[in-house]
Write a protein that binds this ligand. Sequence first.
Ligand code: F6P
Length: 326
Amino acid sequence: MNQIRKIAVLTSGGDSPGMNAAIRAVARTGFYHNMDVYGVMRGYQGLIDDDMIKLDNQKVANIIQRGGTILKSERSKQFETKEGRRTAYENLKAHNIDAMVVIGGDGTFTGADVFCEEFDFQVVGIPGTIDNDLYGTDYALGYDTAINTVVEAVDKLRDTAGSHNRLFFVEVMGRDAGFIALRSGIATGAEDILIPETETCIDDLIEKLNHDRRENKTSGIIMVAEGDDAGNAYQVARKVNENFHGYETRVTVLGHVQRGGAPTCMDRVLASTLGYEAVNSLLKGKYGVMIGKVKNEIQYTPFKKAVKHHKVVNESMLEMARILSL
Ligand code: F6P
């Protein structure tokens, strides 16, 4: 077994529900193996600023149910520089830290990959992003909670949309990915789902809306991923309104509400599993990888691959959503 006495854990990039549950799992698995566990504040920036706290059982108690991250999170510009990374490495060495667990998304793993290569430091990653766009895991921490938040909000919008015969354009997060829009769109019976992975044709959307009008639909929900090629929800609404007057329209941007809240049971269990497996991976001498779960099996994906490969959207689900919303 790989000799590890001290580990560090940090959260980086956009926060996501389940990060606290993962911190707890990393810490408790570490304690079980008689390790000292340090929590690095504010992601890689805290590593550079030597901003760390020694975790104990008490510090990670009662956090499994809390959204956000007790370690706080940042996107560090300094860590993108070689000097910044060297300072981070020197701080880790000064504390005799042998290995590190990083929780975050593609930016976090891009940083981890360079860091591992430059200093041959032992780092493993846990996928945490509500966008769920990482290759090498079916689900990332926070995605399930985020889509449930969206579903709850859109169900409410549907009530008011129906009362007023209105069409709502609902913008959800996903700079480059439509996973939130797709799943929550299916779950709320959205009339259409616009995602960056497929080309959006406004004329087709208008044709669909005309069909809905003829079918006497009393409300409409168009789910728009923020990174859609036709623009954000306001821009899409403007384009539709130019040539369609079947419904009065409104735009709702759900925004950062999607990033908060208590993690769902699924996110808590996933976070616990991946946190536990991250420490086990280090003990087995396996590092430079993101720990994910694919088809219910633990999978180790090299950081480079997790970042470079694109997770593919299941287009047949989009087709299904269209048929079901007829
Ligand atoms: O966490 C990813 C994400 O939610 C993206 O979908 C979104 O574009 C981005 O974060 C916004 O993050 P911030 O406001 O923290 O820059």
